[in-house]
Write a protein that binds this ligand. Structure first.
Ligand SMILES: Nc1ncnc2c1ncn2[C@@H]1O[C@H](COP(=O)(O)OP(=O)(O)O)[C@@H](O)[C@H]1O
Ligand SMILES: [Mg+2]
Length: 344
């Protein structure tokens, strides 16, 4: 298969996307696919330049907003269809996280160009990236989720409706960027301003003490439930991307009822957001053993040690096989995605 791996992007998760791409590229090549690489900010990357342009390590903090803005000026997204490596591909593999890669924009551009791609379509991607809309849909589908309000809110209203602590976060970011746990009223305003520097829409959510669980979804099937034990209080950027900063246990050591419930809720969350292909559904498990859905990631990390690959491996699907199944399954779904023209 001719596969164009699309990576980079100009979101805070740029480095993470490139780390995923490096491993996806080598997995797909190990399966004899003909793989070309495109960075949405820099264009086609010829094979001899891949080693220098695709660093595989993720720093302890996201790239600065200034460096991302500089890359954004060179962005060639609307010119993607002019690249032979994209036009001639049988499939575009999306190794992007956050921003236009995850919010449905790239998916819509690829629909217009008419080339199939991995994962969810524009609608599902946009729904899942919006934490406020996602949670409304979770509630409607019977998927439990913590109470929340959208900023701005008077402090007394936050206190009355949610109590302390609360979690303040941008509604459309990822990788825990711009997120603060607010313990007391005096710190609310600063946290809302911090999240607001990333996103005009800021969510204030009740803090859920407890454990953190995650479930991979592949082709409408829930994979193995895992537990994440970060070294910090929350699963922040550093814990997510620094080896040794979190412990990840697959399968999670929780009661079998909790496993079944998470898998059932993961399928419901994936469906209610109209997702396709694959995703990863994250939960907090309260002290009373109730899973509350945090969010669904439509383009979760795809290095071999990322959570979805670990969830798949625990079901006997190794990394190269996971990449292969994502490709095959995305091609099989062509034409069934809403908003996508039927194949000619
Ligand atoms: N309401 C909450 N209660 C407790 N911890 C939370 C809550 N919301 C987020 N967190 C912590 O912050 C991390 C990132 O939050 P999440 O909502 O998944 O945003 P992101 O899209 O940045 O990953 C979670 O994995 C969890 O550790
Ligand atoms: Mg998350």
């Amino acid at each position: 298969m001719r596969i164009a791996v699309l990576t980079g992007g100009t979101s805070s998760e740029r480095d993470v996307a490139i780390a995923s791409a490096v491993q996806v590229i080598s997995a797909l090549r190990s399966r004899e696919h003909d793989v070309g690489v495109v960075d949405t900010a820099r264009g086609y990357i010829p094979p001899h330049e891949e080693p220098s342009l695709l660093p595989s390590a993720v720093g302890i903090a996201p790239p600065s907003q200034e460096s991302l803005a500089a890359l954004e000026r060179g962005l060639l997204m609307s010119g993607l269809g002019d690249l032979p490596v994209i036009r001639q591909a049988d499939l575009v593999f999306l190794a992007l996280h956050g921003g236009w890669g995850e919010d449905g924009t790239i998916q819509a551009i690829l629909d217009v160009i008419g080339v199939p791609y991995t994962g969810s379509g524009p609608l599902g991607s946009a729904l899942a990236l919006d934490k406020d809309i996602s949670k409304r849909l979770f509630r409607q589908a019977g998927v439990p989720t913590a109470d929340w309000l959208m900023a701005p809110q008077p402090v007394h209203e936050v206190e009355r409706r949610l109590g302390w602590p609360v979690v303040v976060k941008p509604s459309h970011e990822g990788s825990t960027v711009g997120l603060t746990v607010v313990q007391e009223p005096a710190d609310l305003e600063r946290a809302v301003a911090e999240a607001g520097s990333y996103d005009p829409e800021v969510m204030i959510e009740a803090f859920i003490p407890g454990r953190e669980l995650t479930v991979g979804m592949l082709a409408e099937r829930a994979l193995t439930v895992g537990e994440i034990i970060p070294r910090h209080d929350i699963f922040d950027y550093e814990c997510k991307y620094t080896p040794g900063m979190s412990e990840e246990i697959f399968p999670a050591e929780v009661a079998s009822g909790v496993v079944e419930q998470c898998q059932h809720l993961a399928v419901a969350a994936h469906r209610t957001l109209k997702l396709g292909g694959y995703s990863r559904v994250d939960f907090r498990l309260t002290a009373r053993g109730e899973p509350l859905c945090l969010e669904v990631n439509t383009l979760p990390g795809l290095t071999s040690t990322s959570l979805l690959p670990q969830s798949a491996l625990a079901c006997g699907i190794d990394f190269a096989e996971l990449c292969e199944q994502i490709c095959r399954q995305s091609l099989a779904a062509v034409g069934t995605r809403r908003g996508e023209p039927a194949s000619s």
